[in-house]
Design a protein around this ligand. Structure first.
Ligand SMILES: Cc1ncc(COP(=O)(O)OP(=O)(O)O)c(N)n1
Ligand SMILES: Cc1nc(C(=O)O)sc1CCOP(=O)(O)O
Ligand SMILES: [Mg+2]
Length: 295
C-alpha cells in the first residue's frame, strides 16, 4: 500500500508506461493463427503489455500457455500479466497478475503482493469510481476501467461509458487502462475522454492482421495524449499529463476560487509569468501552496 509515494523500481516504472494492452482469447483465432503467433504479431505492431486470459482451460493447459507467453514476452521485453491466478503468475515468473472484483474475494491486492513481491504489477478491474479509489488505496499498480462499451467477451456486464473514463482521468493518481468493446472505430472517443492506455481482446485476436491493427491503434493513440509522467504533486506521487502549471491546475480540476497560490517547482518558487512554460518533466516535484485567509 502507498508505494506510489515511494521511489518505484525502474523496471516496474517502465513496465507501467504501457499504452496498448493485448489480451489473449482461445488457443488460436478464426484464421488458424495460434494464440502465441497472434500475441507476437500484436507485440510487433506495438502492444506493450500482454495478458493470458483463459477462462475455460485446465490448469495444465493454462500453465503451458503461460510458459509460452512468458518466453515470448521475455524475448521482446514486454511485461506479461496472468489473469486471475496468482499461483500460476508466481510459478511461471509472470510480471504480474490481473484481479477482478470477484477475484479479490479470493485473493486481495495485499495477499497478491505478499506472494508476488513489491516489483510485481498488480492490476484490478473496476466499474465505478468507488472501486477505483479502493483499488488505488489497496496498492494496485493500475486499474482496468470497463467495459467502456458492451462486449460479448464479458457478457451481461453493463457498459460504463466514456463518462467513467473522464472521471478516472480526473480522480485517480495511478495508471488506468480502458477496456471493453474497444475497436479502431471507437478508440478516438475513449482517448478523447481522457484515456492514455487502451486494452483489447477481439479487436486484436479476431483480426486476420493483428500486427496492422495494433499499429493503427498506436498511431491513433499518438494523436491524442503525450505519455504521462510520474511526478510528486503536493507530496503525492502520481501520474500527470500536464506539461505546464496551467495545464496541471486544469488536470487537478482546481476550482476558480482556489487558484490563488504560490507554486514551487523542484523546491524553487515559480513566478506566475512562467506558468504557461512546458517545465513539468518526469520526477518533477510541485507544491501548490494555498493561503488560508486570516481575519
Ligand atoms: C486489463 C484488464 N482489465 C479488466 C479485466 C477483467 O477482469 P475480471 O473482471 O476479473 O474478468 P475476467 O477477465 O477474469 O473474466 C482484465 N482481465 N484485464
Ligand atoms: C475481459 C474484460 N474485462 C472487462 C471489464 O470491463 O473489466 S471488459 C472485458 C472484455 C474485453 O474484450 P473485448 O476487447 O473483446 O471487448
Ligand atoms: Mg478475473
Amino acid at each position: 500500500m502507498f508505494q506510489q509515494q515511494e521511489q518505484m523500481d525502474v523496471n516496474k516504472k517502465s513496465a507501467l508506461q504501457f499504452s496498448l494492452y493485448a489480451i489473449t482469447s482461445g488457443s488460436s483465432n478464426m484464421y488458424g493463427q495460434s494464440m502465441v503467433d497472434v500475441m507476437e504479431q500484436a507485440i510487433l505492431g506495438g502492444a506493450d503489455i500482454v495478458q493470458l486470459r483463459n477462462k475455460a482451460g485446465s490448469r495444465a493447459e493454462i500453465m503451458e500457455q503461460a510458459e509460452q507467453l512468458r518466453r515470448l514476452t521475455k524475448r521482446y521485453q514486454v511485461p506479461f500479466i496472468m489473469n486471475d491466478d496468482v499461483s500460476i503468475a508466481k510459478e511461471v515468473g509472470a510480471d504480474g497478475v490481473h484481479l477482478g472484483q470477484d477475484d479479490l474475494l479470493q485473493t486481495s491486492v495485499y495477499e497478491a503482493r505478499n506472494i508476488l513481491g513489491d516489483n510485481a504489477i498488480i492490476g484490478v478491474s473496476t466499474h465505478h469510481l468507488d472501486q477505483a479509489l479502493a483499488a488505488q488505496h489497496a496498492g494496485a499498480d493500475y486499474i482496468g476501467a470497463g467495459p467502456v462499451f458492451a462486449t460479448p467477451t464479458k457478457p451481461g456486464r453493463a457498459a460504463v461509458s466514456t463518462s467513467y473514463i473522464q472521471q478516472l482521468a480526473q480522480r485517480v493518481t495511478i495508471p488506468f487502462v480502458a477496456i471493453g468493446g474497444i475497436s479502431l472505430d471507437n478508440a478516438s472517443e475513449v482517448l478523447l475522454a481522457g484515456a492514455y492506455r487502451l486494452c483489447a481482446v477481439r479487436a486484436i485476436t479476431d483480426s486476420a492482421e493483428p500486427r496492422a491493427v495494433c499499429e493503427q491503434f498506436r498511431s491513433l493513440m499518438q494523436q491524442y495524449r503525450l505519455p504521462p509522467k510520474w511526478m510528486i504533486c503536493n507530496g503525492v506521487r502520481r501520474e500527470i499529463y500536464a506539461v505546464t502549471i496551467e495545464q496541471l491546475i486544469d488536470e487537478l480540476t482546481i476550482s476558480e476560487k482556489q487558484k490563488h497560490f504560490v507554486v514551487e517547482l523542484n523546491k524553487e518558487i515559480l513566478p506566475r509569468s512562467r506558468w504557461s512554460e512546458p517545465l513539468l518533466t518526469e520526477e518533477a516535484s510541485v507544491e501548490l501552496i494555498t493561503f488560508v485567509g486570516g481575519g
